[in-house]
Write a protein that binds this ligand. Structure first.
Ligand code: PLP
Length: 403
């Protein structure tokens, strides 16, 4: 198997799994209990909180453990809506957010809130001027993702933070794809709330965090015990919390090494050089280091995935959460692709585990599969007829990675 779907989830690192193991069987005490052995477990949770805080440069007391990115996004947005509605009922977000954000804001709209969805340009970069102009006296929240899960575009978070802070509006960012992959400093970037998830950084599934800057009016969305200062009750998922901490610590060590970027650039350059009519979706510079999203013109992406799957190559047509839907990706439509073009696009995401040999095999497989699907396409044959004599390899290329 060649796994090229690391934006959907990642393989757990051995060191992370090893760190978690004792907490399943030997150190199983409920950390909320008062005896000494439980206190040891509680201490490990606090260590994990510190490991997370170190990665995003906040205080450990500002980190709250959740069940994942979806919960963190839901909690952040609903909490601000609940606690700040006396100031206003207007929220600003973007058209390309993950459904964990979009479905939450949709629900709020049904309950009397007004939401502005800021658009993006052809590279997926938000219109910062539109964002600033959208802020009103009744705006209580700006929620903009750090980086997009489909096309990898990284938003100008520092600039957005500055605008929000200047206008005294709370700024939340869904950093699920960015956390651990690119440097984040919540203080320098003026981020008030941040969502992250363990399973995107070689940690376990079902664990995430919400960073809440001290001073933000906080409340729980579930009722229960006193865990997480009573704001996120429920018995601690200790092994997962330990895993999230360890994965965060390991991400700190690898974040500047650019291994993912090296593999990704090699892959992308080969695709662009060797497959005609292949276009990069998204921004070529402000892009997550592990992400490729390409369009092979005259190729049905779903059919391409089937062929790749037959050869043991795992890729996707966008977000794992939307795969199986007939609707074209809202992200690809937002950057100006039509439904047909969106249906020709696939996402290939690498990791530190991906080898150059994996990429060589994947490129060959992509070349032959693209060729096979195009040979069955009437539209492609028409295109060839029209362009007879023209060197196809030089037509319509996007820039290579790093250029
Ligand atoms: N936000 C983004 C940008 C994501 O990519 C994902 C998952 O793919 C989520 C939120 C949801 O995170 P989780 O799977 O941890 O619930």
């Amino acid at each position: 198997m060649i796994y090229l779907d690391n934006a959907a989830t990642t393989q757990i690192k051995s060191e992370v799994l090893e760190a978690m193991m004792p907490y399943f069987r030997d150190l199983y005490e409920n950390p909320s209990a008062s005896y000494d052995s439980a206190k040891i477990v509680k201490k490990t949770i606090e260590q994990a909180r510190e490991q997370v805080a170190n990665l995003i440069h906040c205080k450990p007391s500002e980190v709250f453990f959740t069940s994942g990115g979806t919960e963190s996004d839901n909690w952040a947005i609903n909490m601000i809506a609940e606690n700040y509605s006396n100031k206003g009922k207007h929220i600003i977000t973007t058209a390309i957010e993950h459904h964990a954000v979009l479905h939450t804001t949709k629900r709020l709209e049904e309950n009397g809130f007004e939401v502005t969805y800021v658009g993006v340009d052809e590279k997926g970069m938000i219109d910062i001027e539109q964002l600033e102009n959208s802020i009103r006296p009744d705006t209580i929240l700006v929620s903009v993702m750090t980086a997009n899960n489909e096309i990898g575009t990284i938003q100008p978070i520092k600039e957005i933070g500055k605008i929000a802070r200047k206008n005294k509006v709370i700024f939340h960012t869904d950093a699920v794809q960015a956390y651990g992959h690119i440097p984040i400093d919540v203080s320098k970037m003026k981020i008030d709330m941040l969502s992250a998830s363990g399973h995107k950084i070689f940690g376990p599934k079902g664990i995430g965090i919400l960073y809440i800057k001290s001073g933000i009016k906080t409340s729980s969305f579930m009722q229960g015990g006193g865990q997480e200062k009573g704001y996120r009750p429920g018995t601690y998922n200790v092994p997962a919390i330990v895993g999230m901490g360890k994965a965060s610590e390991m991400a700190m060590e690898t974040i500047d090494r650019n291994i993912e970027k090296y593999i990704r650039d090699y892959f992308l350059n080969r695709l662009i050089d060797e497959i005609p009519l292949c276009y990069l979706n998204g921004d070529d510079k402000e892009r997550l280091p592990n992400n490729i999203n390409v369009r092979f013109e005259y190729v049905d992406a779903e059919a391409l995935l089937v062929l790749l799957n037959r050869h043991g190559i795992c890729a996707s047509v966008g977000s794992a959460c939307t795969t199986g839907q007939i609707e074209p990706s809202h992200v690809l439509i937002s950057i100006g692709l039509n439904s047909e073009q969106a249906g020709e696009s696939i996402r290939l995401t690498v990791s530190d585990f991906t080898t150059l040999n994996d990429i060589d095999i994947a490129v060959e497989m992509l070349k032959s599969s693209v060729e096979r699907l195009r040979s069955a396409s009437g539209k492609y044959r028409e295109y060839i007829e029209k362009n007879r004599g023209i060197n196809m390899k030089s037509s319509g290329w996007n820039k290579k990675a790093g250029e």
